[in-house]
Design a protein around this ligand. Sequence first.
Ligand SMILES: [Zn+2]
Length: 82
Amino acid sequence: MENREQMRKRHEAEIEALEKNCLHVKLSKWKDYSWAPGHLSGRVKVCKNCGKIIKRDKRPGPDSSTIKEGGKWKYLIVTTAT
Ligand SMILES: [Zn+2]
């Protein structure tokens, strides 16, 4: 029998393989993303097949990954995978 750790590793490897072989064609709508409960950090689009985050945008603000345009902070859309 597999123990918990072995099972977790196997699932991780399977998910990794799924992401690698996936073309990420169908994306979800923009949805709120939080890195921890109650900590919203922007919005993401995920692949409907493998669940990988494909696009991410950040809340406007003084942050290295956002841009200021015409005096206003703008969302910067970052493509995290192709
Ligand atoms: Zn995918």
